[in-house]
Design a protein around this ligand. Structure first.
Ligand code: SF4
Ligand code: SF4
Ligand code: FES
Length: 261
């Protein structure tokens, strides 16, 4: 007779419970089965031990970006974190995103990100082309396409040290997700921002806080879509913004404009 090792076990979970008034970590012992992800375990806790445990989720497929939380202190998607990455004996701590205010339990108010999104002027259509007449090189399409994979989970926003422990920086800093949006628009060959009097490189520096980013790449490390936020968006945007600043013609133009003010 052959015997098979049990595929179920009991895990130790420590989950933050609380609301805007404060809270604490609560310990649970909970069943885990083969192939499960952390969100399955949170759902089992709701079903068996903590029916009022608040968690936000929708797709359970890594595509809606709503189940973001911190697992053992690292920003992650609950639905894409397999239980098999942890040892069976370790305590798994699940806490809400630290950079945003808690609503309840694992649910945070991510409104900061929507505010920042609204502050970025959208694509300016080229005035001399009608819809349907737009043509782009495939390499330009591919460049934007990488950034378009963003699922707005805001894990990068949560992990960025500029705002993670510095609430006071939030006014001046858009965060990696939205600086990436500025970069995408700035490198878009058909964006006619200049003709509309909008200098995206200047606003990246002056209004969206590009200078706060010291290219640590922590945002890139946590992105579940594998977007190279720092290498492909933030560093090129910094380079273009610096080129603009030290371009003698731009310098002369600014000087003349200032004198004429
Ligand atoms: S690379 Fe810049 S935006 Fe990304 S985490 Fe570091 S400081 Fe923040
Ligand atoms: S860039 Fe990546 S980590 Fe940031 S919000 Fe988009 S998908 Fe999430
Ligand atoms: S539930 Fe949609 S990304 Fe996790």
């Amino acid at each position: 007779m052959t015997t098979t090792a049990s595929t179920s076990y009991e895990a130790l979970f420590r989950v933050w419970r609380g609301d805007t008034g404060g809270g604490e970590l609560t310990d649970f012992r909970v069943e885990v089965n083969e192939g499960e992800v952390v969100l399955d375990i949170i759902h089992r806790l709701q079903a068996t031990q903590a029916p009022d445990l608040a968690v936000r989720w929708n797709c359970k497929a890594g595509k809606c970006g709503s189940c973001s939380a911190e697992i053992n202190g690292r920003p992650r998607l609950l639905c894409m974190t397999r239980m098999s990455v942890f040892s069976r004996t370790e305590t798994i701590t699940v806490t809400p995103l630290r950079a945003f205010p808690v609503v309840r339990d694992l649910v945070t108010d991510v409104g900061f990100n929507y505010t920042k999104a609204r502050e970025i002027p959208s694509f300016v259509p080229p005035p001399d082309l009608a819809p349907g007449e737009y043509r782009m090189l495939q390499e330009d399409v591919d460049r934007s396409q990488e950034f378009r994979k963003c699922i707005e989970c805001f894990l990068c926003q949560d992990t960025c040290h500029v705002v993670r422990d510095h609430e006071e920086n939030k006014t001046a800093f858009a965060g990696p997700r939205f600086l990436m949006r500025v970069a995408e628009l700035d490198m878009h060959p058909l964006d006619a921002a200049d003709s509309a009097g909008l200098d995206r490189k200047a606003t990246a520096q002056d209004e969206h806080g590009l200078g706060y980013c010291n290219i640590t790449k922590c945002c890139t490390e946590v992105c579940p879509e594998g977007i190279k936020i720092t290498d492909n968006a933030l560093i090129p945007l910094k380079e273009r913004a610096a080129d603009r600043k030290y371009d003698p013609l731009v310098w002369l133009g600014n000087k003349i404009r200032r004198r004429g003010e």
